[in-house]
Write a protein of this length. Structure first.
Length: 292
């Protein structure tokens, strides 16, 4: 007779292929999107990640119109739309009086509205839910190959661009003045952001994709300060939340993508209170300092 904990935690992954594929997809996103989220946070661009997640929607919708729920068509469309919004908003910010955050907000709102309109008028409610919230439990082998390829590309790129990315987080002006790597770091990072949002889109949908990117990084920040441990801990937290979210959604019969993001949110709230750099520790240290 199997132990109760084994039935709860192991049996779903051992018996069902769709749970195994979903877990592998979660591993790929954890190793890829979470480190990108760390640099997004350090560059103070977390809200930009949310905007870009919505910006890929019209490209994915056009890919859907052209070829249905085709992995390759929606991927190419999403990447093209994300890069177009990133480059277009940056060009407007550099050549007009508009600030980059305002320009990006305008572009992403237009993209989001256009994408929802396309899917709503030419598809059905099931297609719209698929695009907005993803189908992590329906990942097939082709989707896993795509996610694995994006993960490998991201890890290799981050290894190559690690030093200029760190310098850009600390002092972008110094990097622009002293190194030729400034443009490569900026545009390379934007490309990594877009392809990881597209990867997250296939698993979690456009509305949830940025959660696996931003929340693990923000949570890890409460525990560690150095960038190396921050990258490792963010990936580990994303993996734990992905596995836990899959199990909770399986046993409770709840939608998977929101549950995974809520698990990430729970880790964030607990860390915000109890971590070494969380609220309770900070208040205790301040109180001890006042007593001394």
């Amino acid at each position: 007779m199997s132990a109760p904990w084994a039935d709860l935690w192991l049996t779903p992954f051992l018996e069902f292929g769709f749970m195994q594929r979903a877990l592998l997809g979660g591993v790929a996103l954890s190793l890829s999107a979470a480190p990108v989220g760390v640099f997004l946070m350090l560059r103070r661009m977390s809200l930009m990640g949310d905007a870009m997640a919505h910006a890929i929607l019209p490209g994915a919708a056009i890919g859907y119109l052209a070829a249905g729920l085709s992995l390759s068509a929606m991927t190419i469309g999403g990447i093209a739309a994300g890069l177009a919004v990133a480059v277009g908003s940056g060009w407007v910010a550099r050549h007009t009086v508009m600030r980059e955050d305002t320009s990006l907000a305008a572009f992403y709102l237009l993209s989001l509205a256009l994408g929802v309109l396309i899917v709503s008028t030419r598809g059905n409610s099931v297609d719209l839910l698929h695009v907005l919230f993803g189908t992590v439990l329906a990942l097939d082998n082709d989707a896993l190959v795509l996610l694995s390829g994006i993960t490998l590309t991201t890890l290799v790129s981050l290894a190559v661009l690690y030093r200029p990315l760190v310098l850009e987080c600390l002092d972008p002006g110094f990097l622009r003045g002293q190194s030729r790597w400034s443009a490569a770091a900026h545009y390379g990072f934007m490309a990594l952001l877009v392809i990881n949002l597209v990867a997250g889109f296939h698993a979690l949908g456009t509305l949830m994709a940025v959660g696996v990117m931003v929340l693990p990084a923000a949570t890890a920040r409460f525990w560690v300060r150095r960038i190396g441990p921050l990258l490792a801990l963010a990936s580990a937290l994303a993996l734990v939340a992905s596995a836990t979210g899959l199990l909770v959604s399986y046993h409770a019969d709840w939608p998977t993508s929101p549950v995974i993001v809520l698990c990430l949110g729970a880790l964030y709230l607990v860390s915000m209170l109890l971590a070494p750099h969380g609220l309770l520790r900070q208040q205790r240290s301040r109180f001890s300092h006042l007593q001394a």
